[in-house]
Design a protein around this ligand. Structure first.
Ligand SMILES: [Zn+2]
Ligand SMILES: [Zn+2]
Length: 240
């Protein structure tokens, strides 16, 4: 497999009004995903550039409809665009509430939120609800059921050799009898194997630099093995 075959962003998938667009998914740089139905507008992993991409692609009217943000984990390539997105929504006068779902213990989101509120609380035009996820309880939003599941992602500790676990989730979005499974960042793990199987679309990371890097990410062949159990699949987060 040529890794460049997997990096023609944006990646788009649609079944009737169930739509997903992956603007980017590049490890250590940025992720950015939009999911919509006739009634729902969600953002998944707003990395750096998400506001620019959304503004160019769908414009302010759609951005203002964003009701829920889903965060797989707190690494900067998945949350780097949160601050500017939250600010833009207030500048544009958003009135409806915004939920941010994230894995419990994700200190990055809680830190961004508390700094953001400190700076903007007087002028903020809308309410933000932080929704830490602990467990696999189904979330229902705008006729979409969202099933979170724990995955196995790690990061290098201070000395650069040992790795430690990061609170990390994948999400399965189920709507109108169809499902999209997004695994976030993860090593090969049974929860992703189970949730990807039989999905209409699986979005699977293949972020390992090489066979030795599989404690943090998956290789292309590991990711493809999981992807093939779904109706269709995208391999994402391939190192450039
Ligand atoms: Zn990542
Ligand atoms: Zn990560």
């Amino acid at each position: 497999m040529n890794k460049n075959d997997f990096q023609k962003y944006p990646l788009i998938w649609r079944k009737d009004d169930f739509f997903i667009k992956i603007y980017a998914s590049i490890p250590n740089i940025a992720t950015g995903i939009l999911i919509t139905t006739d009634r729902a507008t969600f953002i998944v992993d707003p990395g750096d550039g998400i506001l620019r991409d959304l503004n160019k692609d769908v414009g302010a009217v759609t951005i203002l409809k964003v009701s829920d943000i889903f965060i797989s984990h707190g690494h900067h390539d998945h949350v780097g665009g949160v601050w500017s997105l939250l600010t833009y929504l207030s500048v544009m006068g958003k009135k409806s509430q915004l939920n941010i779902f994230y894995p419990k213990g994700c200190k990055e989101i809680e830190s961004i939120y508390s700094a953001f509120i400190k700076v903007y609380k007087r002028e903020l035009s809308y309410k933000i609800n932080l929704k830490p996820i602990d467990g696999a309880k189904i979330i229902r939003r705008s006729s979409v059921s969202i099933k979170p599941f724990k995955v196995n992602h790690r990061e290098h500790a201070d000395d650069g050799k040992i790795t430690s676990p990061v609170p990390s989730l994948g999400f399965k979005f189920i709507y109108d009898g169809k499902s999209i499974c997004y695994g976030g960042d993860t090593a090969y793990c049974t929860s992703l194997v189970k949730n990807a199987a039989g999905s209409d679309l699986a979005i699977i990371e293949a972020g390992a630099e090489n066979e030795a890097g599989t404690e943090l990410h998956m290789t292309l062949s590991q990711a493809a093995e999981i992807g093939k159990t779904a109706g269709e699949y995208f391999l994402v987060h391939v190192p450039e």
